[in-house]
Ligand binder design. Structure first.
Ligand code: GLC
Length: 519
């Protein structure tokens, strides 16, 4: 497979920079810390890393409120540190995707400071400004995607107009109808491409290009937040035709930088057809399939989500699969510890590009964050707590006071404790990643479901003579799964089951297996 296609067969790993590794003892993770720990990613066996934002940010949304897109937050390092990180990652054979946040900036960004300074400022039109509704109040019925925020509008008393914000009032939305905004963001893409990044994860890609006339959302959807939809009605501030045009523009910039540069979109949709549009030729390479992420832990439901997306994809379209990120509860906390092992087998054997979230390879759980330590405006601190490198007070993350609690660590959930333990979650991930890397059928093979008892999801991955059967138990019941003569067990999520010839397969409770079939 051509190198330019690495993103199809590779595996990505998301790092939340504030929580990965702290090199200077201030309690906040930083770029030097990440660089020093890249060996962990190489040992794990992933192909690339996606870094959540490390740009200067007042920290209202911890990096997702960017005040300078082409610099590094002093809390996290310098541009030289970013260059060093890129160089070390590339030396280790790891690609690097950085986060692009094009929908909004911080209200402290010089662009917004200029824009709000006066109605006549040349940058006024760079943001979404509108007069109050005729009777007063916000210009339309759009709401923020953070429930605590309410309307997606804030009145700027000094200039008498409202500005739009899909998230907090400190994150004003850029006006993507303005050609200068488009040029400026092209410049941001080029800046990082020139420094050698391998691509971008595009924050809220579905929010670009909002309705030009700022028309109300249909009343049926007015109160609907990001996951609501209707078979015929559409929200005017999400998944618009103009938004797709903007992403195709990003694609041209990325393609011009050479092969192998990738766009991975966070596109929140509620219908597979909507997701498929983002993956049309000339648009995004990859887009998270959140129907998969949010599917209930049920064999039939997960299968249905996988197949609905696969059926909708355009020619050449490729799924992107994740089970967690910095916005949702950790896998172990959502599904359970035994289930999380099966989930790892699922994620790393399905057809598509898997994205792991830091700490999931250890089975890190959400950490309870007491109200006085809470930081995030949308309650997402528990899934953003520091990476656990070793037992002990700072978990090897920091020598100082961690910005979020590291948890008590009594459970052996840390890299040092698990590295030497063949039964650990880390060992399971390393074996799965090594198996995937060595198995063309898992990297790029076809997908075909096979009949299985209730509560079991089973599928074949095939690439020529390379044939793999995956069977996953979603319940505490054991189940018999048919296997042909000559089958060979390659891996089980159950550390007590050894590989080898497999004349018959009885799956244990919450067990997932990978089986080689005779060709
Ligand atoms: C995306 C990010 C989330 C952030 C929001 C606003 O959904 O993943 O963390 O709060 O965009 O930028």
């Amino acid at each position: 497979m051509a190198d330019g296609e690495w993103w199809r067969h590779g595996v990505l790993y998301q790092v939340y920079p504030r929580s990965f590794a702290d090199s200077d003892g201030d309690g906040v993770g930083d770029l030097r810390g990440i660089t020093a720990r890249l060996g962990h990613l190489a040992d794990l066996g992933v192909d690339g890393v996606w870094l959540s934002p490390f740009y200067p940010s007042p920290g209202v949304d911890f990096g997702y409120d960017v005040s300078d897109h082409t610099a590094v937050d002093p809390l996290l390092g310098t541009l030289a540190d970013a260059d060093a990180l890129l160089a070390e990652a590339h030396r280790l054979g790891l690609r690097v995707l950085v986060d692009l946040v094009p929908n909004h900036t911080s209200d402290q960004h010089p662009w917004f400071l200029a824009s709000r300074s006066s109605r006549d400022d040349p940058k006024r039109d760079w943001y979404v400004w509108a007069d109050p509704a005729p009777g007063g109040g916000p210009p339309n019925n759009w709401i923020s995607s953070f429930p605590a925020v309410g309307p997606a509008w804030t009145l700027d008393a000094a200039t008498g107009q409202y500005y739009g914000h899909a998230f907090t009032p400190q994150q004003p939305d850029l006006n993507w109808w303005n050609p200068e905004v488009r040029d400026a963001m092209d410049g941001v893409l080029r800046f990082w491409l020139d420094r050698g990044v391998d691509g971008f994860r595009i924050d809220v890609a579905h929010r670009l290009g909002k309705d030009r006339d700022l028309a109300d959302n249909p009343p049926e959807l007015a109160g609907a937040r990001k996951y609501a939809w209707h078979p015929t009605l559409r929200q005017r501030n999400l998944n618009t035709a103009e938004g797709h045009a903007i992403l195709r523009r990003f694609r041209r910039v990325v393609d011009a930088a050479g092969p192998g540069r990738v766009l991975l979109g966070e596109a929140v949709v509620t219908r597979p057809e909507e997701l498929a549009r983002y993956l049309e030729p000339g648009e995004l390479h990859l887009a998270f399939d959140f129907a998969f992420t949010y599917a209930p832990w049920d064999a039939a439901a997960v299968r249905a989500a996988v197949e609905a997306t696969a059926a909708a994809l355009p020619p050449g379209g490729w799924p992107t699969l994740t089970l967690s990120n910095h916005d949702i509860a950790r896998i172990v906390s959502r599904l359970g510890r035994a289930q999380a092992r099966t989930a790892a087998v699922l994620l790393l054997t399905l057809r598509g590009t898997p994205v792991l979230y830091y700490g999931d390879e250890l089975g890190m759980a959400d950490v309870e964050v007491p109200p006085e330590l809470a930081r995030d405006p949308d309650g997402r601190d528990p899934q953003r707590t520091p990476m656990r490198w070793s037992p002990g007070p700072g978990a090897g993350f920091t020598t100082g006071t961690p910005w979020l609690p590291v948890g008590d660590g009594a459970d052996g959930v840390d890299v040092a404790s698990q590295a030497a333990d063949p039964r650990s979650m880390l060992a399971l991930h390393r074996r799965l990643l090594a198996l995937r890397r060595a198995t063309p059928a898992l990297q790029r093979g076809s997908y075909r479901p096979v009949d299985a008892p209730d509560g079991v999801y089973a599928y074949l991955r095939e690439d020529g003579a390379d044939r793999i059967l995956v069977a996953l138990g979603f319940t505490a019941r054991s189940a018999d799964v048919a296997v042909p003569e000559g089958a060979m067990l390659l891996l089980s999520s159950d550390p007590d089951r050894a590989g080898g010839p497999l004349p018959a397969l009885r799956l244990g409770a919450h067990e997932g297996v990978v089986v080689r079939l005779p060709s």
